[in-house]
Design a binder for this molecule. Structure first.
Ligand SMILES: Cc1cc2nc3c(=O)[nH]c(=O)nc-3n(C[C@H](O)[C@H](O)[C@H](O)COP(=O)(O)OP(=O)(O)OC[C@H]3O[C@@H](n4cnc5c(N)ncnc54)[C@H](O)[C@@H]3O)c2cc1C
Length: 274
């Protein structure tokens, strides 16, 4: 393992810049040499609030970014922070997307998953890959990073549920077309688990390797607490993931079905009818 991309030290750092991506999403930029790889995460601590995992949205050895969507207690506290405020970090932790030189790669992203996928696209372009970036959102107001992605010169295609931008419908429709048209080496995806499950199934049907960033409730991030154990194998997502192959995940009963909350209780993505 490259020890630069796994760092358990606890550091206090200051926010250098905040970019408002949309009404509920901010990007935080830090002048800090993190040495992360696309798909890895950092544990972010706000004193007196909590410590939560956040995917690295960019890292070049000088600065790094995280992009936070406001959904609950911790993320709302993040949104109250100002430039110059301090936070604590540990990491980077976890597995990453393996990007080979000159490959044909399709990235499928939804929600704040677009941010770490941007990082993957950036690395893939540097490695001479041919990149299709497929982005899904409920509507145009929820899109993020579009200008940054276009700036990489990759082929960006968008689908929105209401058709306010791009194709109307799910991004998986575009994925099926792209995989049907040309030979693709790998599919990488990050976003809502139900979307990623569909991406995994389509890629599997087309015999293309697919890698997914699994999001489970994490407390320690380093394999000590056991909170992010996945059914039925008990593997810890913070150590074996978050980036895992669909080949492995497709055999597990909880993927796309439920996640566990802070108390370990199952929370189903859809209400059970039986
Ligand atoms: C590896 C990893 C990377 C992450 N990267 C990012 C990131 O880049 N940006 C970002 O904004 N967040 C990211 N998260 C999520 C983040 O860690 C927090 O869970 C999120 O900010 C919600 O915390 P909260 O306290 O604001 O809300 P909470 O009060 O904890 O939750 C708010 C709502 O979200 C639901 N929820 C919480 N966790 C999940 C889950 N796993 N699946 C489905 N619903 C869930 C809760 O049930 C609740 O309804 C990541 C999580 C992991 C494990």
């Amino acid at each position: 393992m490259d020890m630069k991309s796994f760092d358990t030290r606890f550091r206090i750092i200051r926010i250098k810049k905040i970019i408002r991506e949309n009404d509920v999403t901010n990007t935080y930029i830090f002048d800090y040499p993190l040495f992360a790889k696309p798909g890895q995460f950092v544990m972010v601590w706000i004193p007196g609030v909590d410590e939560k995992p956040m995917s690295v949205a960019f890292s070049d050895g000088r600065e790094f970014w995280i992009t936070v969507c406001k959904v609950g207690g911790f993320s709302s506290s993040m949104h109250e922070l100002k430039v110059g405020d301090k936070i604590g970090i540990r990491g980077p932790f976890g597995t990453h997307y393996e990007i080979g030189n000159g490959q044909k790669i399709v990235l499928v992203a939804g929600g704040y998953g677009v941010a770490p996928m941007y990082f993957a696209a950036h690395e893939a372009v540097s490695a001479g890959c041919n990149v299709d970036f497929l982005m899904g959102a409920r509507n145009k107001d929820l899109l993020i990073y579009t200008h940054k992605i276009l700036g990489l010169g990759v082929n960006l295609q968008i689908a929105t549920d209401d058709g306010s931008v791009g194709v109307k419908g799910y991004i998986t429709k575009i994925l099926e077309e792209v995989l049907g048209k040309s030979k693709v080496d790998k599919v990488f995806t990050c976003g809502p688990e139900v979307m990623m499950k569909a991406v995994g199934e389509i890629s599997f049907a087309k015999k293309v390797s697919c890698y997914i960033s699994v999001e489970k409730y994490m407390k320690c991030g380093i394999g000590v607490c056991g909170q992010c154990a996945i059914d039925d194998t008990g593997d810890l997502v913070c150590k074996k993931g978050p980036v895992m192959s669909w080949d492995y995940l497709r055999k597990l009963p909880e993927v796309g079905q439920y996640h566990r909350d802070a108390q370990g209780k199952k929370q189903y993505f859809f209400k059970k009818t039986i």
